[in-house]
Design a binder for this molecule. Structure first.
Ligand code: PMV
Length: 341
């Protein structure tokens, strides 16, 4: 390979898991498989300036402001992935990054952030080592993104994405993410809304790194990992048949289980807020009264992802959200996304 000074720019979306990844082994190997929807509109745009033959260092800017802590994290990450990109420590980096969604909104900016960085690195690699196929390049970007933040590996592709080996999905791997086979997905699941209610915009009290770590001593962890693996069996049937009722039940159960694991950790922690619980109860009341398919999932935070298909009942659901749920958000914040594939 021949390195030279070069600037590349890439964009990567975030994602929201339906079957959750929570708990991992060494080298970012997930304790169980997970499946997510890629959020089309919540993106990180990153430009990476590589100054060849300068001493290795990393400088990062988030929305124009220098971020020293983030730079330290990226420096460590680059040292870690040197075995896979031999040129990586042979220059200086200036990385400028911007999110299209509110900062610290709880939307996984580490997923889109590491996804975008991995894509930039692959773009540089192509400059220095020659072109590889689009497929190989994405696969390696997913592999590299995983080493930055586990869930980031699922952000490289659009649609329904699986990370972690499961017999239910051919070609699935612990090392990188793969697309869920399109032919096995009912149309109803290919056009979905995800509205994120911003319940709490502050810093999370426990980071996901610490949260994953607490699964090592959680007495319920093994049972949980087993359950997540098992959940791929009904999920496969649900996705194929378009069984909305079972989908809702499974997705909400996964979200609540994630938070139950946090409560059963030692020390215990709770990332939901009062508003989170109020919104969940209102969603359940609404479903009981109308039978309409509005449901939720949660990330490792207080904000609620409202999920509903794009079909006949969409307008009624949107009206309900605007009239009844927005009052629970900070500054009436809601990030609207439509996932189409
Ligand atoms: O990728 P991490 O280490 O930030 O972990 C994120 C885990 C969850 O978002 C809570 C679940 C998931 O599968 O994305």
């Amino acid at each position: 390979f021949t390195i030279h000074t070069q600037t590349v720019s890439e964009s990567c979306p975030s994602n929201i898991a339906l079957i959750k990844y929570w708990g991992k082994y060494d080298n970012q190997i997930p304790a169980n498989p997970s499946v997510s929807y890629t959020l089309n509109h919540c993106k990180t745009n990153t430009s990476m300036e590589f100054l060849a033959n300068e001493p290795f260092s990393v400088q990062t800017f988030l929305a124009g402001n220098e971020e020293v802590k983030f730079a330290e994290k990226i420096e460590k990450y680059f040292r870690n992935i040197e075995p896979y990109l031999p040129w990586i420590l042979k220059g200086k980096y200036i990385i400028r990054t911007e999110n299209t969604f509110p900062h610290s909104s709880g939307i996984a900016s580490s997923a889109s952030g590491f996804g975008a960085i991995a894509k930039c690195l692959m773009a540089l690699d192509e400059e220095f080592s020659g072109k590889t196929s689009e497929e190989e390049s994405l696969k390696k970007a997913s592999f590299l993104a995983r080493l930055g933040s586990g869930s980031a590996c699922r952000s490289l592709y659009n649609g329904l994405i699986v990370w972690g080996e499961t017999e239910e999905v051919e070609g699935s791997s612990d090392l990188f993410a793969v697309q869920y086979p399109d032919a096995e997905i009912h149309e109803i699941f290919k056009n979905f809304n995800d509205w994120v209610l911003l319940i709490h915009e502050g810093q999370k009290s426990v980071s996901s790194t610490v949260g994953h770590g607490l699964m090592n001593t959680n007495p319920y962890a093994e049972r949980r990992f087993q359950e997540a693996r098992e959940n791929f069996v009904p999920m496969k049937e649900i996705l194929k048949k378009g069984d909305m009722e079972s989908f809702i039940k499974l997705v909400e159960h996964e979200a609540l289980t994630l938070h139950a694991m946090m409560m059963m950790s030692d020390p215990a922690f709770i990332l939901m807020k009062t508003g989170t619980l109020e919104v969940i109860n209102k969603i359940w009341d609404f479903r009981r009264e109308t039978g309409l398919p509005l449901f939720f999932t949660l990330d490792a935070g207080a904000n609620v992802h409202l999920l509903f298909p794009s079909n006949g009942s969409e307008e009624k659901i949107k009206t309900f959200i605007e009239r009844e749920l927005l009052q629970h958000t900070q500054k009436n914040g809601v990030v609207k996304d439509v996932m189409r594939f």
